[in-house]
Design a protein around this ligand. Structure first.
Ligand SMILES: Nc1ncnc2c1ncn2[C@@H]1O[C@H](COP(=O)(O)OP(=O)(O)OP(=O)(O)O)[C@@H](O)[C@H]1O
Ligand SMILES: [Mg+2]
Length: 499
């Protein structure tokens, strides 16, 4: 798998993204749990502090009463009470729910210096001089700590929530100032954190794996769809246009497949039309060429001996070569009309243009005794390319002249519609059989009736006419009755057409 491939890139991105997501969720969870544990440790510390303070207060009262009961007075009574209290402290802090903590008792000596006089556990002893002094000054418990080495380290090594210390100020019966340090080491909470670490990492790794796997599955699915499209593109490249891509589902790739199928359909139709055109054109060219070759053979064999045969052959070669010349010029005209990219949009008078086209056609069929009638009303303005429209009228009038027997009439009528102009070319000619009507605009199509008559056409005129009308964004229809006549109906836009 190349790194530049979509699959590699998406997998790489998905990997990085999932890693970031899973790590942040894991981190957040760890911090959440660690925070809960440190709160619990804090609560425990204050609970121990409360238990210790209450027990000491209770014991202070009872030792004072005890000393009074012994009949001691003044300083002696105070000393006795203090002695009893100090003796009782280790026991009261080792029971009644205070066992979880470690304790250290500091008392001020004559010089005002706080000295350690007793501790329950080495863990309770610390160098926290300043907060102890503060507790005496304010006469209220002060917390210092926990002072952990940081939550992050606990994620990878054993958890360390620090040590929780509360300094409780005391005034002994002889008014000596003292501080009791209540120390809590949250081993229990750290153990919970430690036990949560492994499952948390396993869950994170699992989530990461599932995310990447899902991504891989989705990518494979998408790429398989893309692969179909690629195969279609390859088949176009190989000239095979008859395959169609699956269009199941309603997603972006289906839309792409649909567009490609449409494209292939269009290309197929165009390729078929082209093949048909080339076949028809070569067939039409082959006929006069075969004729010329035949007459050349006749000329070679008998031309020198028989002047009549020679003249006939030369006349036939002349006729066939003219036919070829006309076909070539028609083909060129058609190719030109199909490749014509530029279509002018100028305002012109369709009535005047029709009269000109009629005059040109009339001169061509001058010996046939046809009656040509054109629109005699004033200008009817339309927008388009007058040269192309004149060519169009020329083709239709040429047909009318060609397929109308001597003595017939040819009429051009124009009508003004709302945003269009309609032009009708009517003749009283041989007509087009109904079965041929749908095909007359196809290239090389000639109805049997005209084929049997030697009118010398190739069936290209109406194909060119149709193309010109399409370029003008107009429409052309034909109606005809055999032996009665034919009418071509054209609609052209009167205002500027959309590009
Ligand atoms: N006015 C008409 N009257 C009768 N038949 C017509 C008329 N116009 C067209 N046709 C029929 O339609 C066919 C196609 O016409 P089209 O102009 O394309 O070809 P063509 O006139 O035969 O040859 P070309 O125009 O290439 O010299 C004609 O062969 C003819 O059969
Ligand atoms: Mg024609």
């Amino acid at each position: 798998m190349r790194f530049s491939s979509i699959r590699a890139r998406v997998l790489y991105l998905a990997g990085v993204f999932s890693l970031l997501l899973v790590s942040s969720v894991t981190l957040a969870t760890y911090f959440f749990v660690a925070d809960g544990m440190s709160r619990s440790a804090q609560d425990t510390t204050w609970r121990l502090t409360q238990i210790a303070s209450r027990s000491i207060a209770r014991t202070t009262t009872s030792v004072k009463l005890d000393a009074a009961a012994k009949g001691l007075e003044g300083v002696e009574r105070e000393h006795e009470a203090e002695r009893q209290l100090l003796r009782a402290i280790p026991d009261i802090l080792a029971s009644g729910g205070a066992e979880e903590g470690a304790y250290a008792l500091y008392l001020e000596d004559e010089g005002g210096v706080l000295r350690l006089v007793w501790y329950s556990d080495k863990a309770g002893v610390s160098e926290l001089e300043v907060p102890r002094r503060l507790a005496i000054e304010r006469q209220q418990p002060i917390q210092s700590g926990p002072g952990s080495t940081g939550a992050i380290t606990g994620m990878f090594t054993s958890a360390d929530l620090g040590t929780y210390v509360v300094h409780v100020p005391l005034i002994l019966p002889d008014r000596t100032q003292g501080v009791l340090d209540v120390v809590y080491t949250p081993d229990k909470e750290e153990a919970i954190l430690d036990s949560a670490r492994a499952p948390m990492f396993i869950a994170a790794a699992f989530a990461l794996l599932v995310a990447i796997l899902m991504m891989q599955i989705i990518m494979s699915w998408v790429l398989s769809l893309v692969d179909n499209v690629r195969m279609a593109a390859d088949s176009i490249d190989a000239g095979q246009l008859d395959i169609s891509l699956p269009e199941e589902g309603e997603h972006e790739i289906t839309e792409l497949a649909r567009s490609l199928n449409n494209l292939m359909d269009r290309l197929r139709l165009r390729a078929e039309a082209q093949t048909r055109f080339v076949a028809d054109a070569s067939h039409e060219l082959a006929t006069p060429v075969a004729g010329i070759r035949g007459y050349v053979n006749i000329l070679r064999d008998w031309g020198s001996e028989d002047p009549t045969t020679r003249d006939e052959a030369v006349a036939a070669i002349d006729r066939e070569s003219r036919r070829m010349a006309k076909l070539c010029s028609d083909l060129l005209s058609m190719i030109r009309s199909e490749e014509m990219l530029e279509y002018r949009h100028v305002r012109y008078d369709i009535n005047a243009l029709s009269r000109e086209a009629l005059a040109t056609a009339a001169t061509r069929y001058i010996g046939k005794g046809l009656e040509f009638t054109g629109p005699d009303e004033g200008p009817l303005w339309v927008v388009g390319d007058p040269d192309r429209i004149e060519e169009l009228l020329g083709i239709l009038l040429d047909n009318a002249g060609k397929y109308t027997p001597a003595g017939g009439s040819i009429v051009v009528e124009t009508h003004k519609r709302r945003d269009r102009a309609s032009v009708e070319i009517k003749d009283t000619g041989i007509g087009i059989p109904e079965k041929d009507l749908p095909n007359v605009f196809e290239r090389f199509y000639r109805s049997d009736a005209s084929r049997s008559k030697d009118t010398g056409g190739f069936g290209l005129g109406l194909a060119i006419a149709k193309h010109i009308v399409d370029m003008s964004q107009g429409s052309i229809t034909v109606s005809s009755r055999v032996g009665v006549g034919t009418t071509f109906h054209i609609e052209l836009p009167r205002t500027r057409i959309k590009e």
